[in-house]
Design a protein around this ligand. Structure first.
Ligand code: ADE
Length: 432
């Protein structure tokens, strides 16, 4: 077992954080207890590239208690909770993560986790999976595969039964790999379970992105013009929560159906060029690049705040901002002020990296409980089924989705209606 964390003496603080999270994660608690007894992952190696948070820690400990050997690296240079990383290192997890990693350290950490020779990969955003696939396909540009002076073996993919992917952006990359005929093993898109995207993406990101902006700026949302770019599950969540705080919400969305939905949900809808002049706060949630760029920055009001809720820091073009700015200064740990040639000042949160994890604590434990319940069950499904699965992107079956919802409802003390045999028959019949 190896580790590289910021400060191992933070472990006792991390332990308290993880215990707090676990108290709010009844689905994962249920699975952890069952797996601890049955040890379904005995002898299995798992390499994970996930945000190192208190909730992820509960998942990693569940996998460990199920019998797996686990290695974990961060899935974003700014999202690691250092006390949690320290605690995991004291709990037998090989971990390579600290907040503020540099780009080369970030990829080296992923390579270190991959070097255990996993049977299962668990990814959030696709960086681990893409690294393994680039290596296997002999693509050397873009990523450094070295750990110190040693190169990571290009044979890693050969030992992998399958993988899981947590997020929309990662699933998009996997589907592109599959379409190119380059995907080497089956991957379960955990993101595509209903008990994941309807809750984590919508309520989780909706609340935690605003939480990040509030912790960084302490602004009043009431009365602000908030521009939300993207009206997928994440954008919807952000728009509704911003409205709930009293903001006027303007949605920018290129898909005509989603744009119409935003319109009938009661939001203003426009292009970014128009929105740029009106917004006080801009939040991107598109999964695409350069959604806000020079032509928009130059139209913005002085004082406008820019935050990104998408996985990668490509949605707000920081390169453009750096190019046009006359000067910049740090206002606090997570806010940078850019002075533009038109004498206006723009405020960028967390370097344009995902604001909920970089400036706050990510999604609340209650929603990660559902997401990570899916992860744990996806790992078990892969072990059971991998021989018959092809190198494709799969979803978990609806029965697992419903099982997770049932466990959560039970823990919440919610009793739901049961259909009578006559009602079931009625719904299945075409003639009555
Ligand atoms: N993604 C968003 N929020 C998260 C959290 N709290 N833990 C792990 N991954 C996350």
């Amino acid at each position: 077992m190896e580790y590289k964390v910021k400060d191992i003496s933070l472990a006792p603080k991390g332990k308290l954080m993880v215990e707090w999270a676990e108290q709010h994660m009844p689905v994962l608690r249920h699975i952890r207890q069952k797996y601890s007894e049955e040890k379904p992952l005995k002898g299995i190696k798992i390499a994970a590239c996930m945000h190192v948070t208190k909730e992820t820690a509960v998942l990693m400990l569940t996998l460990r208690d199920a019998g797996a050997e686990v290695a974990l690296s961060a899935s974003n240079p700014l999202s690691t909770q250092d006390p949690v990383a320290a605690y995991l290192a004291t709990e037998g997890i090989s971990i390579f993560a600290w907040r503020g990693m540099k780009e080369d350290e970030y990829f080296e950490a992923i390579a270190r986790a991959a070097s255990i020779g996993p049977n299962i990969t668990m990814d959030d955003g696709g960086d681990l999976t893409v690294m393994i696939h680039k290596l296997a396909h002999g693509i050397t540009e873009g990523i450094d595969y070295r750990i110190g002076k040693e190169f990571l073996s290009s044979d890693i993919a050969k030992g992998i039964y399958g993988g899981t992917e947590e997020t929309t952006t990662g699933v998009i990359r996997l589907k592109a790999l599959e379409k190119d005929g380059k995907l080497l093993y089956p991957v379960i898109a955990v993101n595509d379970s209903k008990t994941k995207y309807m809750f984590d993406n919508r309520y989780g990101t909706g609340q935690s992105s605003l939480d990040g902006i509030l912790r960084a700026t302490n602004i009043l949302f009431a009365g602000k013009n908030v521009v939300v770019a993207g009206y997928g599950w994440v954008g919807r969540g952000i728009a509704w929560r911003a409205k709930g705080l009293g903001a006027r919400v303007l949605v920018v969305e290129p898909d005509p159906i989603k744009a119409l939905e935003a319109y009938y949900d009661g939001f203003y809808v426009s292009d970014m060029s128009t929105a740029a002049e009106l917004g006080d706060v801009f939040i991107t949630a598109t999964g695409n690049r350069d959604v806000i760029r020079t032509e928009h920055f130059l139209k913005m009001k002085s004082g406008a705040i820019l935050a990104n809720a998408g996985h990668f820091n490509v949605e707000i073009s920081v390169a453009d901002l750096e190019k046009i700015a006359v000067s910049k200064r740090k206002i606090n740990e997570n806010v940078e002020e850019y002075l533009l040639p038109n004498n206006r000042r723009l405020y960028l949160i967390a370097e344009g990296r995902l604001v909920n994890l970089a400036a706050a604590e990510g999604h609340p434990s209650e929603v990660m409980d559902l997401s990570f319940g899916n992860q744990a069950l996806a790992v078990k499904t892969l072990l059971k089924k991998h021989v018959s699965l092809r190198p494709k992107v799969y979803r978990l079956p609806g029965s697992i989705d419903r099982k997770i919802a049932y466990i959560k409802l039970k823990a919440l003390g919610v009793k739901i209606e049961k259909l009578t045999p006559e009602q079931k028959k009625y719904l299945e019949s075409w003639s009555s």
